[in-house]
Design a protein around this ligand. Structure first.
Ligand code: ADP
Length: 450
């Protein structure tokens, strides 16, 4: 096992990793930018190192500074959290060159899944069903027009290097395709430095259902069920739940088995999420994330497993905690991503939290790094925290969520709590009857002002 882990992240995920390390008896090193000197993860870690000024490119993405921090503190492993360097294969390789373990998959798998064209090719070869689309990237408008005719409109132009919902453009008809290609290319070039794009059939009313996997890197893998992340705004997840209201046990087992078999063949190491769109009873692969995800607590609540702790164990060469037959799913869990944003316009609302009172009680969990008097800096994401609620049934879970949301007090800044208060009272949400475009329609129809 590792002796000392450096956590190359900030906010709630840095705290989450720190908690797992403490329960494993592993010493922790926090790193921080000058803007985060007062952050919770810095206060609670055994040691901390300032790695640069506020902009992420100069601090949390600064590989030489992170290497120096490992060297100074003698950390033997790095946990990257999510975002920042978590899916950077080069970072994993550089750490290995310096005899520091990267807590995550093999660099080869991070690289392959990071390129969505390559990821789809791999998925297809492993027998995972994919969204119909171009076979690889499209280089010319003529080629794209020809392929799109074959797929049928509407089509979606997607960036090979895409992430965070960026670099995606819909063409409803043929006359929109050239513009969609140009916009997606330039967005992708600006955001990721790579303008490679590909085409996919644009699905009209799918759900986003993803499968959580854990592999030991030696050919053993298990799946930990699904998360339904269909409530999205601008292709970004807002609320997640497990089990999916749209899936039954046999549906879960079928897709779970396909994915697990693929991970065994890959000899996949660590945590991963295989993401699908689900429409008319069919699963279509869209991408794989090779890291811990924001919404992982939903799975923890229904399986009773500490995913970060298991991730650290397998990274250190340990075995999987359970066999597939031993994995049990209990009850229902829902997560709300509470952001420092206006709940109707979604404009960021950074600033000082004047009072803070998180909800409590049975089945209620809040993963957050804020506290009363804390100032949310404007440089990073706008997350205040994640409220995760568990219940024996989906109905109990929703009732508990409603009361937990009503208990939650965050003053001094605007938050998205009022959005969730509306959602838990909405009949479609209560019925589990929603798809990836539902929330955008709800907002466009004035759902927040009714
Ligand atoms: P990113 O890596 O940017 O998050 P994903 O490929 O994971 O991109 O897609 C994010 C979201 O975009 C999906 O959850 C879904 O809402 C939407 N999306 C992606 N592909 C399609 C598609 N072919 N049809 C309809 N919606 C899609």
């Amino acid at each position: 096992m590792f002796d000392k882990i450096l956590i190359a992240n900030r906010g709630e995920i840095a705290l989450r990793v720190l908690r797992a390390c403490q329960e494993l008896g592993i010493a922790t090193v926090a790193v921080h930018s000058t803007a985060d000197a007062d952050a919770m993860h810095v206060r609670l870690a055994d040691e901390s190192v300032c790695i640069g000024p506020p902009p992420a490119k100069d601090s949390y993405l600064n590989i030489p500074a992170l290497l120096a921090a490992c060297e100074i503190t003698g950390a033997d492993a790095v946990h990257p959290g999510y975002g920042f360097l978590s899916e950077n294969a080069r970072f994993a390789e550089i750490l290995a060159d310096h005899n520091v373990h990267f807590i995550g998959p093999k660099a080869e798998h991070i690289r392959r899944m990071g390129d969505k064209i390559e990821a789809k090719r791999t998925a297809k070869a492993l027998g995972i069903p994919c969204v119909p689309g171009s076979d690889g990237g499209v280089t010319s408008d003529e080629e794209a027009l020809k392929i799109a005719r074959g797929i049928g409109y509407p089509v979606l132009v997607k960036a090979a290097a895409g992430g965070g919902g960026r670099g995606m453009k819909v063409a409803q008809h043929e006359d929109e395709l050239t513009t969609a290609l140009a916009t997606a290319r330039s967005e992708a070039k600006a955001a990721f430095g790579d303008d490679a794009v590909y085409l996919e059939k644009y699905l009209q009313r799918p759900r986003h259902i993803e499968i959580q996997v854990l592999g030991d890197g030696k050919g053993n893998a298990i799946h930990l069920g699904e998360r339904d992340c269909s409530l999205q705004r601008r292709h970004q997840k807002v609320l997640e739940e497990s089990p999916s209201p749209a899936l039954n046990v046999s549906g879960r087992n079928t897709i779970g088995d396909i994915v697990t078999q693929a991970m065994r063949e890959l000899q996949y190491l660590g945590l991963g999420t295989v993401e699908f769109l689900y429409e008319d009873g069919q699963f279509y692969f869209i991408e794989m994330n090779t890291r811990i995800q924001v919404e992982h607590p939903v799975t923890e609540m229904i399986t009773g497993l500490d995913l970060v702790l298991e991730q650290i164990r397998v990274a250190a060469g340990g075995d999987l905690p359970l066999t597939q037959a031993e994995v049990e799913f209990r009850g229902h869990a829902i997560e709300c991503r509470v952001n420092a944003e206006n709940p109707s316009t979604f404009l960021p609302s950074p600033g000082r939290i004047t009072s803070y009172h998180p909800p409590g009680g049975l089945g209620v969990r809040v993963d957050s790094a804020v506290y009363q008097g804390y100032t949310i800096p404007p440089f990073y994401d706008s997350m205040v925290g994640k409220l995760i609620v568990h219940g024996k049934t989906r109905t109990e879970c929703l009732m508990r969520l409603k009361r937990a949301l009503d208990e939650f007090v965050v003053d001094g800044i605007e938050t998205t709590l009022p959005l969730f208060q509306k959602l838990v009272r909405n009949q479609d949400i209560i019925d589990g009857n929603y798809h990836i475009h539902w929330l955008e329609h709800f907002l466009a129809d004035g759902g927040m002002s009714r």
